[in-house]
Design a protein around this ligand. Structure first.
Ligand SMILES: Cc1cc2nc3c(=O)[nH]c(=O)nc-3n(C[C@H](O)[C@H](O)[C@H](O)COP(=O)(O)OP(=O)(O)OC[C@H]3O[C@@H](n4cnc5c(N)ncnc54)[C@H](O)[C@@H]3O)c2cc1C
Length: 445
């Protein structure tokens, strides 16, 4: 197996890297053993959210995304945003590159139907009635932007027979958030119940099962009719859990939006959510459209010659083979996806690269040292990962690029915590875009 550029990892970082390299004329293979965090996410693109939910006079007093980026550059010198910025004074540079990366994502993966911007966060309600701040979200989620719901009359829809959603909890929490933190946003919240034809008589359905049944236009129409009968005439918005279609979401959302007068939107579900699955499906469709060859297997080792990576060793149940390229990209994610492994010591298993947290090397220490037993404590393992240079090449223990033709993107890079910094997919898209460029340029030399 041979290509100009080989990308390891099929999440947001790997997919954008492969698409960018391919858009520059490189012949690209993407190898991934499965789905990663991108598919488990809420399906939104966080670039730089507020670190704490501070009381606000109105949503307009939220810090802008460039403000938050500026704060990160001042306080986190090793954050991937700071590396791309080239230091504290590079805010303009990182904003410009983020805009480029997001424009590229919107252009190459139009099926995501993203709304939002790199300037200001959307404020989106979750299934728990809390608020998530994020830069971009699919339009069915972005329709719930609380910044645009002043005096709205919102109906939270409880779907009979659906697991994991308590509409009354969502309502109470949403009312509380709105009244405490941004008093001007929502006028009134009510709960209504609706039946889903296919679920009514069956055992409780998971969100994925419910979403799959919404792929049938007949189910959508019946659901819309059952809902239309119980709508108060002054309702302005309808909030539903994120179940409006699994593989035919765009059609489902179009039909249901047409059938119902109030604006219908999906609530954010923090994890293993249907929109995360939709995002992964759209990334893969984009790879296929752009002639990136996707191979599903495990990369278990790499053959290196001095400071050059020569080839990768691939292994699955059936065979062991090698893959050769001029440049390589590691976008394998963190512990949950196998990008990093933790048997006593944390390790990067393919290239055996050193790992860092807070500027200190940690792959020679116990993984327990990265865990806080205090539930409110900062979990260091979340920011464990590779150090990179300004070309996004992983560094060795001496702070030098480990290999001339190896680049890193996404969550395998260390020194940021997507939970606290609210920047998971933003870092993945930005670094993926840049390494795609760097790897393709090197391969073309
Ligand atoms: C539960 C959860 C919810 C989240 N929600 C959000 C959110 O709402 N918004 C947001 O912006 N961020 C969110 N994040 C963070 C965000 O999902 C990640 O930062 C981002 O998806 C990382 O993308 P990635 O491409 O680097 O890694 P991943 O998406 O994890 O992809 C890693 C890929 O590498 C592959 N791989 C690993 N090892 C190998 C190997 N040896 N051989 C071959 N392939 C390999 C995996 O199979 C996978 O395809 C969330 C994270 C989690 C865990």
């Amino acid at each position: 197996m041979e290509a100009d550029v080989i990308v390891i990892g099929g999440g947001m970082a790997g997919a954008i890297a492969a698409l960018r390299a391919s858009s520059l004329g490189a012949n690209v293979i993407l190898i991934r053993k499965g789905h990663g965090s991108s598919a488990m996410s809420s399906g939104t693109i966080d670039i730089a959210g507020p670190t704490a939910f501070l009381p606000l006079d109105s949503w307009d007093s939220l810090p802008s995304i460039p403000d938050r980026l500026g704060e990160m550059l001042r306080t986190h010198a090793l954050h991937p945003y700071s590396i791309v910025a080239g230091g504290r004074t590079g805010l303009g540079q990182v904003c410009y590159r983020l805009r480029q990366a997001c424009d590229f994502l919107l252009d190459k993966v139009p099926g995501l139907q993203l709304d939002g911007s790199t300037a200001q966060n959307l404020a989106l309600p979750t299934i728990l009635g809390t608020v998530k701040f994020t830069a971009f979200a699919p339009s069915s989620l972005a329709g719930g932007n609380l910044r645009e719901m002043r005096d709205a009359h919102v109906l939270v829809v409880g779907v009979r027979g659906l697991m994991f959603f308590q509409p009354h909890v969502c309502k109470q929490s949403l009312e509380r958030y709105s009244s405490l933190h941004a008093p001007s946003s929502i006028g009134r919240v009510e709960v209504v119940e609706a039946d889903m034809p296919r679920l009514a008589s069956a055992a409780p359905a998971t969100p994925f099962e419910a979403a799959r049944s919404f792929d049938d236009p007949l189910t959508v129409e019946k659901f819309a009719q059952s809902l239309a009968n119980s709508l108060p005439s002054d309702a302005t918005h309808i909030a539903v859990p994120p179940i409006l279609g699994l593989n035919r979401h765009a059609e489902t959302y179009e039909i249901i939006s047409r059938e119902l007068r109030p604006k219908i939107f999906e609530l954010i579900s923090p994890t293993f959510s249907v929109p995360g699955h939709r995002l992964q499906v759209e990334l893969e469709a984009a790879l296929q459209r752009n002639s990136v060859r996707v191979v599903t297997t495990d990369v278990v080792d790499a053959k290196r010659d001095g400071r050059i990576v020569r080839n990768l060793v691939l292994e699955d149940m059936k065979s062991k083979r090698t893959a050769t390229a001029k440049s390589f990209i590691i976008a394998t994610g963190k512990f949950s996806t196998g990008g990093l492994v933790a048997n006593d010591f944390p390790k990067e298993p393919i290239f055996k690269l050193p790992l860092f947290v807070g500027g200190k090397r940690v792959d020679n220490g116990f993984v327990q040292d990265l865990l806080s037993w205090n539930v409110d404590g900062r979990q260091l393992f979340l920011s464990c990962g590779l150090h990179i240079d300004d070309s996004l090449r992983p560094l060795d223990t001496f702070g030098e690029p480990a290999y001339e033709n190896l680049f890193a993107a996404g969550a395998v890079i260390g020194e940021y915590d997507y939970v606290t910094d609210k920047c998971g997919m933003g870092v993945a898209a930005l670094t993926g875009y840049l390494v795609g460029e760097n790897a393709a340029t090197l391969a073309a030399r």
